[in-house]
Ligand binder design. Structure first.
Ligand code: DAH
Length: 347
């Protein structure tokens, strides 16, 4: 091996021994840099006679090209190794199970509300929604509970520290019954002049509030109001509609239903609706499921309608209680504590 071949193999060996690109560049400088060995060889040409210079020059240029090729080969190798290391470090193990998001579910009371809406919807009832902060007139007066009337004390009311346009304290609605008034007034004015007015058929589910808290009462609870007003709507219709609702809601026809005389200021006559299942865990007990009655003429007048002509019924039921009956829950507070150990059972 002549001196030039020796130089190529030394350079190649040093390049191949450089573990990093930076060290490779240092090795390059030793051969191809300003004071490098190839550069020194080229400088040494100056001392040679012309013939010799030409031959030796061509040889040195070949050597330089071989060293540069060895350098490039090592550069490529190092870059490739770096890429491989990076790919390896960032590799994804696609066989690992993914991280799942916990699946949520509807709250049991929401399920009940959806069922109620679907069932009454299928019977041609509209679904209405309204404010939870109510005026005194909507929550009480329009529903035939005048100021200072003892009937108002049937419901322990939360008041809001704000007065309405009439100077009365606003309240957190104690029931969904004010939605009868809001909906019927809007319906009556929308159809003013229509003869006869199209019937009112609506349910109004939502949150209601009373100063009350124990195993069967929550200060926030749900109600669902129902109202059907027309020229010829009677208790018979209420019975049919409500029995059909119970049958669909509890998925059984195996029950008795009774109307038990009661009192509400906004209905006359008034009745509690009780049901009693013939089989299942609730069998044999009378369960109160709704208040109801024929809408009082004063209330019909407050709707903006003629009570001599328009008549009908209303009912109010408790979706929380329906939920408890359907799922066998014995403490209403479980529904509103937000404990996932309880709620996740309904997913
Ligand atoms: N608003 C009544 C309550 O909160 C429930 C009720 C009873 C609503 C009779 C009605 C009804 O519409 O006709 O106890």
């Amino acid at each position: 091996m002549n001196d030039l071949d020796q130089l190529v193999s030394t350079a190649t060996a040093e390049f191949d021994a450089a573990p990093t690109p930076a060290e490779l560049e240092n090795a390059k400088a030793r051969f191809l840099g300003k004071g490098g060995r190839v550069t020194d060889l080229l400088k040494s040409l100056a001392a040679l006679p012309p013939d010799e210079k030409k031959r030796r020059g061509a040889e040195i240029n070949q050597v330089k090209a071989r060293i540069e090729a060895a350098l490039q080969a090592r550069r490529d190798h190092l870059a490739d190794a770096e890429l491989q290391a990076q790919l390896h470090a960032e590799s994804l193990d696609v066989t690992l199970p993914g991280r799942r998001r916990g699946t949520g579910g509807l709250h049991p009371v929401s399920r009940t509300l959806e069922r109620i809406e679907a069932i009454f919807g299928s019977m041609g009832f509209d679904v209405a929604d309204g404010p939870e902060i109510e005026t005194d007139w909507m929550n009480f007066t329009a529903l035939n509970s005048p100021k200072n009337h003892p009937a108002r004390s049937m419901q322990d009311t939360f008041y809001v520290d704000l007065k309405d346009a009439e100077g009365a304290w606003l309240n957190l609605r104690t029931h969904t019954s004010p939605m009868q008034v809001r909906y019927a007034m809007a319906h009556a004015s929308q159809h003013r002049g229509a003869d006869p007015m199209p019937e009112i058929r609506v349910i109004a589910p939502g949150r209601t509030y009373r100063v009350d808290s124990d195993a069967t009462h929550s200060p926030m609870f749900h109600q669902c109001e129902g109202l059907w007003i027309g020229e010829n709507v009677s208790f018979k219709d209420l019975k049919v509609v409500f029995a059909d609702f119970v049958r669909q809601f509890f998925e059984t026809a195996d029950f008795d239903m009774r109307f038990r005389p009661s009192f509400f200021p906004f209905t006359e006559p008034s009745a509690e609706i009780d049901i009693s299942f013939h089989s299942g865990p609730l069998a044999g007990r009378w369960l109160e499921v709704a208040g109801s009655g024929q809408v009082h003429p004063t209330v019909v007048r407050n709707f903006g309608l003629d009570p001599e002509r328009y008549i009908g019924f209303a009912f109010g039921m408790g979706p929380d209680r329906l939920t408890m009956l359907r799922y066998g829950i014995d403490d209403v507070r479980l529904l509103f504590e937000g404990d996932l150990r309880f709620l996740s059972q309904f997913r």
